[in-house]
Write a protein that binds this ligand. Structure first.
Ligand SMILES: Cc1cc2nc3c(=O)[nH]c(=O)nc-3n(C[C@H](O)[C@H](O)[C@H](O)COP(=O)(O)OP(=O)(O)OC[C@H]3O[C@@H](n4cnc5c(N)ncnc54)[C@H](O)[C@@H]3O)c2cc1C
Length: 568
């Protein structure tokens, strides 16, 4: 049986639910198909806040969406598309109020206005927050809204293939993890909203489901991936587990200190200090470690002891608990050990500011997409914002698409995709080679951590690419031990690993191509920004499993701000 709907949303995070709500409110027949229940999406883990130039902070009275846009463009090292950034920053203000009116209980000032905290790379304190549980609340509010509107949501479904014909996308195929059966969804428009790919790194803040499979759905259907070389490493993740310690901790006044007790940021960003953008702080920490001023075990200290118990308990209760639970350290009394870890994917499915991809009828929003509002480096608090704003815009655009283009009625293409998908799953289930799937995954993740991290060079990147190509070959020869259908998580991991390999290859190949230093992409062998040769987006076109992608270029949209040197 084929499930038929007008709108299919793949992924139930803030981006996907935002789009679903918009399309449903316009009266369309919408379904959300997701790997996890919405409230278990990675969006729920977001801690520090969401940016909007509300001007509520006593020091933020002169803030405006234009200033927010400039900070974002400068933070992006001038690679973001400025028209998309302007749209996001303008829409930020009504969108935050809308989410508040839906029930999100933002932290407030005495007079009742939404409170704002300083975040990295921002000229004014403009990050609205809900203690250090901002994503948790926004996700729940979105979910409640979807229940009120009666949006059907099916979860425990791994979407692993798109259906398309010559002209447009026609649907998608999911593995029902509960039964092990395949399900076919036919839809007039499809949105991918599957989040980031953090798990391709061994050291990541991301949830177990952030494998990048959603991006690969589009890639395999002929849509290019954009700017994949730009990976954000968050400066402060808990040593060992890489659980995030929010930038809000530094926003509230936290210090970073090396083994000598120095606030070393004075050497790297004398004005902004701990509140320089993430790429700069992550490189500073790693430089301290590499030059021997870190602690054994490759970390520095995040010191909040001077903030006092009351402030920590009110503003940062969750990260205190996390550090207590995982390391037994109470940040009220002692500094916590932190190190940089993979955190966010600036790159993703190539999409424009309407969230349209080059494949007609296919939309992409949230972290899986590259609209591009973050360019070479994202500012903290701008990602929840992107998901909230572009999810909604995508919803509206899909409504317009259906009004203009109407239904496609091409059931045949969906059946064909279903048959191919069945074959792919049978082949995987019958795999009886001698490679251990989990060992391959471990090797892949360690390779990315080792060679495609904060500092990169040609030699390391070539080593990484060789290792990835080797893992790719061995992937054909894996063994699946679990042959049953119900909740076969080995099968789920095998499908996801295939995608993770392609993502790792795209990141590394893009990083090899870009011979310059820009934002989060630091080539020690090309340590200068090179606007003459690289002020453009990178597009990667898939050429098949056994070949490297083809590289294309896309110009950066510049509206008001010509690139200048980026100093803090
Ligand atoms: C620990 C942490 C803290 C953060 N804190 C902040 C912050 O304070 N401020 C900020 O601006 N940003 C923050 N970020 C970033 C931000 O939270 C994310 O970028 C954003 O929430 C992503 O939302 P999304 O809707 O795009 O994806 P997600 O929330 O990741 O949702 C993806 C959805 O897709 C589903 N899915 C995935 N693959 C498939 C598949 N193959 N088939 C079907 N469904 C699939 C998943 O189950 C999930 O429902 C943080 C990120 C992390 C990891």
């Amino acid at each position: 049986m084929i499930h038929k709907h007008q709108v299919l949303i793949i992924g139930g995070g803030i981006a996907g639910m935002g789009a679903a709500i918009e399309a449903k409110e316009a009266g369309l027949d919408v379904i959300v198909v997701s790997l996890t229940h919405p409230v278990r999406s990675h969006s729920t883990c977001a801690q520090g806040g969401i940016n909007a130039a509300l001007g509520n902070h006593p020091e933020g009275k002169d803030d405006s969406w234009e200033k927010h846009a400039y900070d974002t463009v400068k933070g992006s090292d001038f690679l973001a598309d400025q028209d998309a950034v302007e749209l996001m920053c303008k829409e930020a203000i009504p969108r935050v109020y809308e989410i508040e009116h839906w029930g999100a209980s933002f932290s407030r000032y005495e007079d009742g206005r939404i409170a704002q905290r300083p975040f990295g790379g921002a000229a004014f304190p403009r990050t609205a927050y809900i203690a250090d549980k901002t994503g948790h609340q926004i996700m729940h509010v979105m979910y409640q809204r979807s229940v009120k509107l009666g949006i059907p949501i099916v979860y425990d479904r791994l979407v692993f293939k798109l259906a398309r014909n010559e002209d447009r996308v026609t649907g998608a195929i999911a593995l029902n993890l509960i039964t092990g059966e395949l399900e076919a969804y036919q839809a007039d428009v499809v949105m991918i909203a599957t989040g980031g790919y953090g798990r391709v790194y061994a050291n990541t803040t991301n949830s177990i489901n952030n494998t990048g499979l959603g991006m690969v759905l589009a890639y395999r259907a002929g849509v290019p991936l954009q700017d994949m070389e730009f990976v954000q490493f968050h400066p402060t993740t808990l040593v060992g587990t890489n659980i995030l310690m929010t930038e809000g901790a530094r926003g509230e006044g936290g210090y970073l200190r090396n083994r000598l007790g120095e606030r070393f940021m004075k050497r790297y960003a004398p004005e902004k200090m701990e509140l320089a953008p993430r790429d700069i702080v992550a490189r500073a920490i790693w430089t301290e470690v590499l030059e021997g001023r870190g602690f054994p075990g490759n970390y520095v200290h995040l010191d909040l002891t001077h903030l006092g118990k009351e402030k920590i308990m009110e503003r940062l209760p969750q990260i205190r608990e996390l550090a207590l639970d995982f390391l037994g350290i109470d940040m009220i009394y002692d500094p916590i050990p932190v190190q940089p870890g993979q955190h966010y994917s600036m790159g993703g499915i190539a999409a424009n500011k309407k969230t349209e991809t080059p494949l007609s009828g296919l939309y992409a929003a949230g972290e899986c997409s590259c609209v591009s509002v973050h360019g070479a480096n994202r500012l903290g608090g701008n990602s929840l914002l992107e998901t909230a704003v572009f999810g909604k815009i995508g919803g509206k655009e899909m409504v317009k698409f259906i009004q203009e283009k109407g239904p496609h009625n091409d059931e045949e293409s969906v059946r064909k995709a279903l048959e191919e998908a069945k074959q792919e799953v049978e082949e995987l289930l019958n795999k009886d080679g001698d490679e251990d799937l989990f060992e391959l995954m471990r090797e892949l993740r360690e390779t990315m951590k080792e060679y495609v991290f904060v500092f990169r060079d040609e030699k390391g990147l070539k080593t990484a690419l060789d290792k990835i190509e080797n893992i790719k070959k061995r992937y054909k020869n894996i063994k699946i031990k679990t042959k049953t259908r119900h909740y076969n998580l080995e099968l789920e991991r095998a499908i996801s690993l295939g995608a993770m390999i392609e993502i790792a290859e795209a990141i590394t190949y893009g990083a090899l191509y870009r011979k310059e230093f820009r934002g989060a992409h630091y080539r020690t062998d090309y340590p200068k920004r090179d606007d003459k040769n690289f002020l453009h987006h990178t597009l990667l076109y898939r050429q098949g499993w056994d070949k490297l992608p083809k590289i294309g270029k896309k110009p950066v949209v510049i509206t008001k701000w010509q690139p200048v040197e980026r100093k803090y």
